[in-house]
Structures are given as structure tokens and as C-alpha cells.
Design a protein around this ligand. Structure first.
Ligand code: NAD
Ligand code: UDP
Length: 313
């Protein structure tokens, strides 16, 4: 049995990870300040004696004895990370320093949930890990993009300077049950709007593309990455290489929910990436032939049924 710390454990991805790692017989410590996460996401785990919940903010140091740390604490949706951009940078940068300091002290592994946003508005398509990105340092997305880029730098430097056992994964757009219904990300927005027969909000003309990964596929890749030997540090892309235009996603969700919603076109936010699709060759190679198993329709079915229950509660 391993003892594992998950920062941001009450959030969308974190709560799935808590459940999965507990289910595999580990002891799980879930740390969160509940900025975007919710106790509701992990309430069903509270009776498990191997699950522990800690209210804490990663911008201040935290000490505990664990074997592994998954550092997920950070708001991930544009409306939430732009709400208090200074705090977003602090969460990424000081959170990384605090978790790396802890990992150094207790000699644990530490995995950083980085993001495809480090590639910014990419000029290389699909994006391999070797691409350095095209990021605006002073735009509305910069607090998130540059915060995550700096966290990658810190992880790499703690590894080189102090031999900290690091792992960096770059997560591409991930969706599934337990996303916050109002967090503004495209999959949750469109499903909630479709279920309520409200207008579907397309930003721009909907020709921008994203590649959507179901949360279970991400968890599998994340855990495989944590289980690699110390020489494997990443960064490694984890995402589903099937690419869709935002307009196609809207049409699919309307069709799957049988919704009467109409499309409405709103201005495209500043610096919104035009295209995004992971090159997952490295993940396949180093993670035992990992690749996503859940296609968009199957993943959407599960997510739609989650939101149906939530809305009709
Ligand atoms: P989320 O907003 O649901 O989860 C983030 C969690 O971190 C929340 O529970 C929140 O309360 C907590 N948190 C925020 N600031 C904190 C702080 N200062 N101290 C302690 N806890 C704090 O988002 P998510 O989609 O589950 O994302 C989890 C991680 O994965 C994030 O680091 C995000 O950047 C990364 N990621 C997610 C995606 C995606 O598509 N979902 C893509 C790329 C990267
Ligand atoms: N988007 C949209 N309507 C919405 C929410 C998002 O058209 O209601 C678009 C957004 O402009 C972006 C894409 O969908 O081009 C993905 O947005 P999201 O916020 O989910 O993630 P990110 O931009 O960080 O990839």
C-alpha cells in the first residue's frame, strides 16, 4: 500500500484520481482549498478509512510523509483562472515550489499536471513535446499558461539541481462526469445548455479545433507515468488525437441530447488557440503502448447522463 497526496483532489480530475487510487488499495490524502473543487465530488469516499481530506492552500508550505504526490491544484477553466490571475500564478508557481520542496525533503515522486496551454496558440500541428510553443506573456490566458510553464521549469531545475524524482504530464482538453456545471469549459457548457434547451454559445465562428480526452483515459496515462522509473521525467503529452471543430462538437451534443437548442455566435476571446491536437507518440513509447480507448460519443454519453442527473436533482 502506497500513501499518496493529491493536491486539487476535490476538483474534476483530482476526485476521479482519488477514487481510482483508493480502489487500487492505496491510502489517499486529498488536499484542496475548494476554490473550484467541491466536497460533493469526494463525499462518497469519506467513509473509507484510507481516505483523508485536508483543507489547505498550496501557496503555503505543507508537510506530510507520502510516497507519491500528484500536483493538480490550479483552476483549469478560463473563467476561473482569469478571475484572480495573480492568485493563479501564485498557485502554479508557489504551489510547485512547495510540493517540490516537500518531495525533496521526503524523497517522494512528484507529478505535475501541466497542460497543452504551454504550447499557446500553436504554429506546429499536431504538437510534439519538442515544440516550445507560441505563448503571449501578457494576455488574458498568460497567468495560466506562463504559470504552468514556470512550474515545468521549476520541476526540471529541482530534478537537475536536487535529484527530485519528477514527472511532468501535459494534459490536453479532458472532460467527463464531475466537471463543474458552470465552469465555462466547452463540453460542460454545451451539455448544460443543450439539456436546458438554451442557446449554445459558440465563440467565434466555431472553426477552432480541440481534441477531447475522456477522464478515464487520462487517469490511466497519469498513473502509468507515475509508475515509470526515475529516469523518465517527461514532459509527456496525454490527450486524445481525434480532432474536432467546436461547431462539430455543438452539433453532436445537440443530436445526442435531442435538444431544441439553437446556436448563437459570440465574440472569440483574446488569444483563443485556433487548433490543438496532441502528438502522442512519446506516450505510446514510454507508457507501455498507452493510447486513449474512449471515443468522443461514448465519453459524451457518460458525461451527458451525469449532467442529466445533476440538473434534475
Ligand atoms: P478543477 O478546477 O476541477 O480542479 C482544480 C482543483 O484545484 C480544485 O479542486 C480547486 O479547488 C483546487 N485548487 C485551486 N487552487 C488551489 C490552491 N491554491 N490550493 C489548493 N487547491 C487549489 O480542474 P481540473 O480540470 O480537475 O484540473 C486539474 C489539474 O489538471 C489542473 O492543474 C489543471 O491545470 C490540469 N489540466 C486540466 C485540463 C483539463 O482539460 N481538465 C487540461 C490541462 C491541464
Ligand atoms: N468555447 C465556445 N463556447 C463556450 C465555451 C468555449 O465556443 O461556451 C470555445 C472556446 O472559445 C475554445 C474552445 O471552445 O475555442 C475550448 O474552450 P475551453 O474553455 O473548454 O478550453 P480551452 O480554450 O482552454 O482549450
Amino acid at each position: 500500500m502506497k500513501r499518496i497526496l493529491i493536491t486539487g483532489g476535490a476538483g474534476f480530475i483530482g476526485s476521479h484520481l482519488c477514487e481510482r487510487l483508493l480502489g487500487e488499495g492505496n491510502e489517499v490524502l486529498c488536499l484542496d482549498n475548494y476554490f473550484t473543487g467541491s466536497k460533493r465530488n469526494i463525499a462518497h469516499l469519506l467513509e473509507n478509512p484510507y481516505f483523508e481530506l485536508i483543507r489547505h492552500d498550496v501557496t503555503t508550505p505543507f508537510y506530510v510523509e507520502v510516497n507519491e504526490i500528484y500536483n493538480l491544484a490550479c483552476p483549469a477553466s478560463p473563467i476561473h483562472y482569469q478571475y484572480n490571475p495573480i492568485k493563479t500564478v501564485k498557485t502554479s508557481v508557489m504551489g510547485a515550489i512547495n510540493m517540490l520542496g516537500l518531495a525533496k525533503r521526503i524523497k517522494s515522486k512528484v507529478l505535475q499536471a501541466s497542460t497543452s496551454e504551454v504550447y499557446g496558440d500553436p504554429t506546429v500541428h499536431p504538437q510534439p513535446e519538442s515544440y516550445w510553443g507560441n505563448v503571449n506573456p501578457i494576455g488574458i490566458r498568460s497567468c495560466y499558461d506562463e504559470g504552468k510553464r514556470c512550474a515545468e521549469t521549476l520541476f526540471t531545475d529541482y530534478h537537475h539541481q536536487n535529484n527530485v524524482r519528477i514527472k511532468i504530464i501535459r494534459i490536453f482538453n479532458t472532460y467527463g462526469p464531475k466537471m463543474h456545471p458552470n465552469d465555462g469549459r466547452v463540453v460542460s457548457n454545451f451539455i448544460v445548455q443543450a439539456l436546458k434547451n438554451e442557446e449554445i454559445t459558440i465563440y467565434g465562428d466555431g472553426s477552432q479545433s480541440r481534441s477531447f480526452q475522456y477522464v478515464d483515459d487520462l487517469l490511466e496515462g497519469m498513473i502509468r507515468m507515475m509508475d515509470t522509473g526515475d529516469e523518465t521525467t517527461g514532459p509527456v503529452n496525454l490527450g486524445n488525437p481525434e480532432e474536432f471543430k467546436i461547431l462539430e462538437l455543438a452539433e453532436l451534443i445537440i443530436q445526442m441530447t435531442g435538444s431544441r437548442s439553437k446556436l448563437t455566435f459570440l465574440p472569440l476571446p483574446q488569444d483563443d488557440p485556433v487548433q490543438r491536437k496532441p502528438d502522442i507518440s512519446l506516450a505510446r513509447e514510454i507508457l507501455n503502448d498507452w493510447s486513449p480507448r474512449v471515443n468522443l460519443e461514448t465519453g459524451l454519453e457518460k458525461t451527458i447522463s451525469y449532467f442529466e442527473k445533476l440538473i434534475h436533482k
